[in-house]
Design a protein around this ligand. Structure first.
Ligand code: C2E
Ligand code: CA
Ligand code: CA
Length: 247
């Protein structure tokens, strides 16, 4: 929590592009932690640590607050883009979560449709055990917030969770996007997954697009949106502003 006050924790944003129009449709908020002695600490280390030490709530609230302020600003300027945040199941176990999220939206004058929440299969798995998680998801969905299933395909029961949770978008994990270039079988699998998702009216996003070759293939396979270093690495808010002003 001290790190939050000291400004060592900050948020970067990575745009997601519409495949057909090439325009930004949303941007994902990713937390960053810079420690003076240890240097840059990746969220993969920070998040589990924050969960264990009980300050995941503070991190989550900080990111939500920053991200919804940015989204509100763009909405006011007429750009109806959504900001996407990542969550951990731990945060959703609190029965106060949905009220808290809606309060922040109101405080920051951010319309609910300008917020997307990304959940993982691990989250979905825990939702089957914890009624509080499902209730929070339902209340937020009712308010107009959309949910996306992150790292799609890495778990063992992706499609089961699409039935049990109100998901409107899936983000195909980068291992598939990278794997399908060299492996014809992976390509076939991805092609089928995209079709299946479309038949369920889901938006399909490609994560971790790094090369032109990958972009061409995801275009051929019918993905709706894409995100990755090929377009941009995650950037600070001022750089995001520049990207959004360009279009
Ligand atoms: P994620 O949600 O799957 O986020 C995508 C990760 O892939 C990000 O790593 C991003 O920087 C990276 N990435 C983007 N484009 C490319 C690409 O073209 N190639 C490759 N190889 N990687 C790319 P990052 O920022 O290190 O975040 C790692 C994970 O930490 C995230 O994975 C997410 O699960 C978690 N995370 C990040 N921020 C938050 C947060 O605020 N709250 C929670 N609960 N988790 C977070
Ligand atoms: Ca994510
Ligand atoms: Ca992901």
């Amino acid at each position: 929590p001290q790190a939050l006050k000291d400004g060592k924790i900050y948020v970067v944003y990575q745009p997601q592009y519409d495949i057909l129009s090439g325009k930004i449709t949303s941007y994902e908020a990713l937390v960053r932690w810079h420690d003076e002695e240890l240097g840059q600490i990746s969220p993969e280390e920070l998040i589990p640590l924050a969960e264990d030490c009980g300050f995941i709530q503070s991190v989550g609230r900080f990111v939500l607050d920053e991200a919804t302020k940015v989204a509100a600003k763009w909405h006011k300027e007429g750009k109806k883009l959504a900001v996407s945040i990542n969550t951990s199941a731990r945060e959703f176990m609190s029965s106060e979560l949905s009220k808290y999220v809606l309060d922040i939206l109101e405080e920051n004058k951010c319309p609910p449709e300008a917020l997307q929440i990304e959940v993982t299969e691990r989250f979905a798995f825990q939702a089957e055990e914890e009624q509080a998680i499902v209730q929070n998801v339902q209340q937020l969905t009712k308010a107009g917030i959309h949910f996306a299933l992150d790292d799609f395909g890495t778990g063992f029961a992706s499609f089961r969770y699409l039935q049990s949770l109100p998901i409107s978008k899936v983000k195909m994990d980068k291992s598939y996007i990278q794997g399908m270039i060299t492996q014809p079988k992976t390509r076939k699998l991805v092609e089928g997954l995209v079709q299946l998702c479309h038949s369920l009216d889901l938006i399909v996003t490609a994560e971790g697009v790094e090369t032109e070759e990958q972009l061409e293939l995801i275009q051929t396979l019918g993905f709706d949106t894409a995100q990755g270093y090929y377009f941009n690495a995650p950037v600070r808010e001022d750089e995001l502003t520049a990207l959004l002003e360009e279009q």
